[in-house]
Design a binder for this molecule. Structure first.
Ligand code: ADP
Ligand code: ASP
Ligand code: MG
Length: 437
C-alpha cells in the first residue's frame, strides 16, 4: 500500500483531476491525499480577511467568484446527473457554511472552518468522478481521524487507531481518498496543519499505516538543485538522504512542507517526489541510504531577523548562552541559526511576533542589535568536514555579497549563510554557477 498526495495544481482543473484519476492505481488500496484546487485556499484566506475587517461585500464577492468556478468544474468534470447532484450537494454544503459567516462575527475557530472547505470540496469532486468511472473509492474524512495534541504535534496513537479502523470498515474499496491539511485540535475544533500541510498529512498517514512508499505528486519533476522560481537552469536531484531533504524543506524549498520529512524518516518510509504532468520522469527519491559525498541543492528561507547580544562579561563567563536561549524559550520562539564569539552571540528567528519582549529581556545581559529583512541561504549535501573544498567554494561564490552570519557543523548536511533580502537572488545564482555548473 502506498500513500499518494496530489497538490493544488495537480487537482487544479477538471482535466488535471482526470489525470490524477489515471495515476492512483485502484486495486492496490492506496491512500490518496488531496489538497484543495489551486487558488482555493488563498481565496478562503481572503474571505476570512475581509470578514475580520468587517468588509462583507468583499467577502461576498470572493465567495461568489469561487462558487461559480466550482459550478463550472462540476459541469465540465462530471457527465451523469447523479454524480453532478452528489458533487453539487457537497459543494453547496461548503459554500453554505462559509456564507453563514457573512452574518456573524468571525472568530479564529470560524476562520479555520472556512479554510477547511477547499480540501473537503476537492475530495468530493474526485470521489464523484471516480464513482462515475466505476472505481470503488472510500472517503476517509480527515476530521474523523487526523488530530493534533496541545503541543500542535500530531497525535500519532489516535490517528493510527482511527485510521486503521476506518480502512478495515471498507474491505471492498479499491482506493481510499482523504483530505490533506485539515485536522482537529486537542479541543476537537476544526484546525489545519499550516499552509502547504497536505504533504505533512501524507507523511503522517504513511508513517501510521507503515506504507511501502509516500509519493508527493506536484507540478515539477522532483527537488531541484536550486529554487526554480529565482534561478534558471536548475535540475532535479535524483536521490536525497532524509536529513538532506529535511534541511531543504525547513530552509525554504517549497516543494516540501517543513514538517513532512520527520514522520517518514522515523518510520523509514521512502518518499518520492513526482510530477503529475510528466509521470514517467524519475523525480526525487528521499530515503536513508548513505549519502554520497556530493553537494545536492540550495534553498532560501525569507523573513529572517538576526539578533546580536554583546556582553563585556561573556569573556570567560559561563551561563551567558543559557540565559540567552532561556529568554527565547520563555517566549516560545525558536532559533534557526547561531554564531558565537568571545564578546557576543548572534541568533536568527523567523517568527518575530514576540521579539519586542525578547529584546527587552535580553537587555539585562548585554547590548542588543537587530537586523531585519534577512534571508538564510542554505547549501545542502553530504558535507563531511574532512572534505575541505566545499566551504571555500561557498565563500568564493559569495564574493562581493555581504554575509551577516555563517553556520556549519551543526550537522554534516548543511552550511548556512545569512544575507540581506536584496542580495538573495544574486547569492542563489552565484552559488548555482559555482557549485553546479
Ligand atoms: P503543491 O501545490 O503540489 O503542494 P507547491 O507549490 O507547494 O506544490 O510546491 C511545488 C513548487 O515548489 C514548484 O512549483 C516550485 O516552484 C517550488 N520550489 C521551490 N524550491 C524548489 C526546489 N528546490 N525544487 C523544486 N521545486 C521547488
Ligand atoms: N490547501 C492548503 C494550502 O494551500 C494545503 C496544501 O495545499 O498543502 O496551503
Ligand atoms: Mg505544497
Amino acid at each position: 500500500m502506498k500513500v499518494l498526495k496530489f497538490g493544488g495544481t495537480s487537482v487544479g482543473s477538471p482535466e488535471r483531476i482526470r489525470n490524477v484519476a489515471s495515476l492512483i492505481m485502484p486495486g492496490n488500496r492506496n491512500v490518496v491525499v488531496l489538497s484543495a484546487m489551486s487558488g482555493t485556499t488563498n481565496s478562503l484566506v481572503e474571505i476570512a480577511e475581509y470578514l475580520y475587517k468587517g468588509n462583507i461585500p468583499g467577502a461576498q464577492e470572493t465567495l461568489n467568484g469561487l462558487r461559480s468556478k466550482y459550478e463550472g468544474v462540476v459541469v465540465e468534470l462530471l457527465a451523469t446527473e447523479e454524480s453532478r447532484r452528489s458533487a453539487t450537494g457537497a459543494i453547496e454544503r461548503s459554500f453554505g457554511l462559509v456564507r453563514a459567516f457573512l452574518s456573524e462575527p468571525i472568530t479564529e475557530a470560524g476562520e479555520k472552518e472556512i479554510l477547511a472547505q477547499g480540501e473537503l470540496m476537492s475530495t468530493a469532486l474526485m470521489q464523484a468522478y471516480l464513482t462515475e468511472q466505476g472505481v470503488r473509492s472510500e472517503l476517509l474524512p480527515a476530521l474523523d481521524y487526523m488530530r493534533t495534541l496541545e503541543s500542535g504535534e500530531p497525535d500519532m496513537v489516535h490517528i493510527q487507531s482511527r485510521l486503521r479502523r476506518l480502512i478495515d470498515l471498507a474491505p471492498d474499496a479499491d482506493v481510499f481518498l482523504t483530505q490533506g491539511y485539515i485536522c482537529r485540535n486537542d479541543h476537537g475544533g476544526i484546525d489545519n496543519l499550516k499552509r502547504g500541510g497536505s504533504d505533512y498529512t501524507a507523511s503522517i498517514i504513511g508513517a501510521v499505516l507503515d506504507a511501502e512508499e509516500i509519493q508527493i505528486w506536484t507540478d515539477i519533476d522532483g527537488m531541484h538543485n536550486n529554487d526554480p522560481r529565482f534561478v534558471e537552469g536548475t535540475r532535479p536531484v535524483g536521490k536525497l538522504h532524509f536529513e538532506e531533504a529535511a534541511e531543504l524543506a525547513y530552509f525554504g524549498a517549497k516543494i516540501l512542507h517543513p514538517s513532512c520529512v520527520l514522520p517518514a524518516k522515523l518510520h523509514n518510509i521512502p518518499v518520492r517526489l513526482l510530477n503529475t504532468m510528466q509521470p514517467e520522469t524519475p523525480g526525487t527519491l528521499i530515503c536513508n541510504t548513505t549519502p554520497d559525498g556530493s553537494l545536492k541543492a540550495i534553498a532560501a528561507k525569507d523573513n529572517i531577523t538576526a539578533v546580536k547580544i554583546k556582553s563585556g562579561r561573556m569573556l570567560l563567563a559561563y551561563g551567558f548562552l543559557h540565559k540567552v536561549f532561556e529568554t527565547f524559550e520563555n517566549y516560545r520562539t525558536s532559533i534557526d541559526m547561531m554564531a558565537t564569539s568571545e564578546v557576543g552571540v548572534s541568533v536568527t528567528v523567523d517568527d518575530d511576533s514576540r521579539l519586542a519582549a525578547i529584546i527587552d529581556d535580553l537587555k539585562h545581559f548585554g547590548t542588543v542589535s537587530v537586523d531585519r529583512d534577512m534571508v538564510i541561504i542554505c547549501v545542502v549535501g553530504d558535507l563531511q568536514w574532512e572534505e575541505c573544498s566545499f566551504q571555500s567554494q561557498v565563500l568564493e561564490a559569495l564574493e562581493g555579497i555581504p554575509v551577516r552570519m555563517i553556520s556549519y557543523g551543526g550537522s554534516n548536511y548543511n552550511i548556512s549563510v545569512l544575507v540581506r533580502r536584496d542580495d538573495k537572488v544574486r547569492a542563489l545564482k552565484a552559488l548555482s554557477n559555482k557549485l553546479f555548473k
